[in-house]
Every structure is written in structure tokens, then in C-alpha cells.
Write a protein that binds this ligand. Structure first.
Ligand SMILES: [Zn+2]
Length: 381
């Protein structure tokens, strides 16, 4: 039988094998060769190295049609950890994940003073010590959030002695969902991140899509109206001006009845949560506002899905924490009726299990991916 031409075992092969083991949960060496297209000798070598490095383990055996039972391979969860920080407006969320993307520790502390490398280094020391994580098993730190500056990475890395990555919150959240949901690298995967703004993260072939200047995924500035509301970015009709948490709060505050009933003073986050809670508990005016925001968002997301032919979407971010089901219902209905590829494949829409922590979890997952499946992400140093 003619052998299928196998790709040469290069630096990307290790990442490929890790990705297939991760998404398959448990897989034999023979199946790995079939799924990756690599030769058996290449698989044997890569698997041997990954077992020696503690990244994967032999988890049992499956019956084979003939001959000896085949050993199954799985990711070894507890051998290494990644830490992620999400800087919110008032808090720092710290999360540690194992190699499967499972959360092993989480802490939210108030953000006292202006964030910077000094404050974050102290937070890292406290968090790792509180969890009793052996420092030599912590593979690095990733920090996400609107106020994070890329120049902090070098200072932080020098101080902590581990690789440090600075990433965008929506992109990190997408990678976290991709990793912990065991999404196959064959999927074109996207994540909608609803927060004070609107962002998206995209994972193609197992890697985050970053664009020319690490600015990909600006879903919030996808226009839904040619002569719509002006946006500070310079464009008009940007969906962020209609469907972000800030836009929904603005609309709610413009309704005197709703505004006094729900007491919408305070921060955008607390006012938005009040509207979202009212919407899911049956307040008609609050529901109408959130459902309208979801309808606006659906138009923009459908354009993104059409442009990129996405097969699977996850809705996440703090804006999805309370009223995520309203957005998911709208989006599923809209995609089922309008998405260009709807007759060729399903476009699955899932809600994140941890929408408020998704960016921090994703940051930690980014560290794990950079450590055990290098080649997907730019070097974190
Ligand atoms: Zn804009």
C-alpha cells in the first residue's frame, strides 16, 4: 500500500502532537500517526520526549483489533502550571491552570493604586506562595487587560525569573476556551468577549490569529450602520456603540423608569449587572434593552462568522455572566437564518462556563500553550 506522504518532523510537530493529544483526551500512538500524518518513528520519538518532559503520560490501554493492547496517551495535568492575571477597572483576577487548562487556583484582589511591574511582581509572589505551587513548575505569567503595557513584560520577567507575556483580554479568553474545551485545531474557532467594549479572539490551526500588529479581533469596531452613531475610532455605526456593556447602561440610564427602579448609579459594571439581572428575571423594559443589544451584536458577529467561515463560537466576558442566555438565543437564531455557511455546516454557539474569569484563565492557558506546544505563539520573552 502506498504510504501517504508524511510531513517532516520539524519544530511544529511537537505542538501538533500536543494539540491532538489534548483535544482527543486519550489517544494511542497509532491513532496519533493517523491524525497528525506524521510517521510512526517520528511519533515514537516525539512521544518519548514529551513523556520524559512530563507533558504527557500513558493513561491506560485500549483494546486493539489484533495483537497487544495499545497504550493510551493523555496530557499530564499536574506537572506544570501557568499563571494569568486580568487587570479589571477595580480588581486583579489571578488564576493558575494546569496543562489541561483546568483551574487550580483563583483569587480576586482589589487593585490598589496604579498597576505596574512592581505591583504585579508582588501579586505573583503572593499568589504562587498562597497556592503552594512549586516555583520551578510555574511556566510563566501572562497579563491581560486594557491598562496593561507591553513594556512591562521585560521588567516583570527579569524580576520573576519566568517568561512573561502581555496579551489582549479577548484573544486570551479565546485561547483559554479553545484549550479547556479541547477544541480540535481543525476547527475555525472564535470567541466574542463582551465587556465595557466588544472584542473577539480567533484561533486558527490551534494558534491565536493576531494580525499585522497584534490588533486582530476588534469586533467592537465592525460597523453595523453606514450612517450610524459616531465612534471615537473615527468610523460610524461601530457595534461597540450599540451593544457593549457601556452602551446598554447608557440606554438604560436614558429610560427614567428603569433608571430609578434599578438605581443605576455607580460603575458601568454594577449598573450593567443590575440591568442584566432584571432582564433575566422578567423585567420587560430591561429584557427589551438587553435583547436589542444582543440583536445588534448578532449582526456584527454574523459578518465576522461569514468573513472567516467560523465553525464554533463561545460567548464570554463579564457582559455574558448574568444574561448570556439572552445573547446566545439571539445569536443562534440570527446565525441559523442568515449565516452564509449555514447549509454546509453547523455554527455552534456556546456560553462560557466562567465568563467573568475567562480572560485570566485564558492568560494562564496562553502560558501553558507557549510552554508545552511552542511554535503557536510568539516567544513570551
Ligand atoms: Zn469604532
Amino acid at each position: 500500500m502506498a504510504r501517504r506522504e508524511a510531513p517532516a518532523a520539524g519544530p511544529g510537530s511537537r505542538a501538533l502532537v500536543v494539540d491532538v493529544v489534548r483535544s482527543a483526551v486519550a489517544v494511542s500512538r497509532v491513532e496519533l500517526a493517523e491524525l497528525t500524518g506524521l510517521t510512526q518513528p517520528s511519533i515514537s520519538l516525539i512521544v518519548r520526549d514529551l513523556i520524559a518532559d512530563g507533558v504527557i503520560l500513558e493513561s491506560g490501554s485500549a483494546d486493539s483489533v489484533r495483537g497487544a493492547p495499545r497504550k493510551l496517551l493523555a496530557i499530564a495535568p499536574g506537572s506544570r502550571f501557568g499563571i494569568g492575571f486580568h487587570l479589571g477597572p477595580e480588581t486583579i483576577t489571578s488564576v493558575a491552570v494546569d496543562l489541561t487548562g483546568g483551574v487550580v487556583g483563583r483569587e480576586v484582589v482589589p487593585l490598589d493604586g496604579s498597576p505596574g511591574p512592581g505591583l504585579l511582581a508582588a501579586r505573583f509572589d503572593d499568589f504562587a506562595a498562597g497556592l503552594d505551587l512549586p516555583r520551578d513548575r510555574v511556566e510563566g505569567l501572562a497579563v491581560v487587560g486594557r491598562r496593561v503595557e507591553t513594556e512591562w513584560a521585560a521588567a516583570l520577567s527579569g524580576r520573576l525569573g519566568v517568561p512573561v507575556v502581555i496579551e489582549n483580554d479577548s484573544a486570551a479568553a479565546a485561547l483559554g476556551e479553545f484549550w479547556s474545551r479541547r477544541v480540535s485545531r481543525d476547527q475555525s474557532f472564535g470567541c466574542v468577549y463582551l465587556s465595557t467594549g466588544v472584542g473577539a479572539g480567533l484561533v486558527f490551526g490551534g494558534a491565536l490569529f493576531r494580525g499585522a500588529s497584534f490588533d486582530a479581533g476588534e469586533l467592537g469596531h465592525l460597523s453595523i450602520a453606514y450612517d450610524g452613531r459616531p465612534c471615537p475610532c473615527g468610523n460610524t455605526g461601530c457595534v461597540e456603540r450599540y451593544a457593549s456593556m457601556a452602551a446598554t447602561v447608557e440606554a438604560a440610564r436614558a429610560d427614567p423608569g428603569l433608571s430609578s427602579r434599578l438605581r443605576l448609579g455607580g460603575s458601568v459594571s454594577s449598573a450593567y449587572d443590575a440591568v442584566a439581572r432584571a432582564a433575566v428575571s422578567g423585567d420587560p423594559a430591561a429584557f427589551a434593552l438587553v435583547d436589542q443589544a444582543a440583536a445588534y451584536l448578532s449582526v456584527a458577529v454574523t459578518s465576522m462568522v461569514n468573513l472567516l467561515d467560523l465553525g464554533r463560537l463561545v460567548l464570554t466576558g463579564p457582559g455574558m455572566a448574568v444574561a448570556g442566555s439572552i445573547y446566545a438565543r439571539r445569536l443562534r437564531t440570527h446565525l441559523a437564518a442568515t449565516a452564509h455557511a449555514r447549509h454546509r455546516h453547523e455554527i455552534a454557539v456556546d456560553l462560557s462556563a466562567q465568563p467573568r474569569d475567562a480572560a485570566a484563565i485564558g492568560a494562564a492557558a496562553l502560558v501553558v500553550q507557549a510552554s508545552i506546544a511552542p511554535g503557536h505563539t510568539p516567544s513570551p520573552r
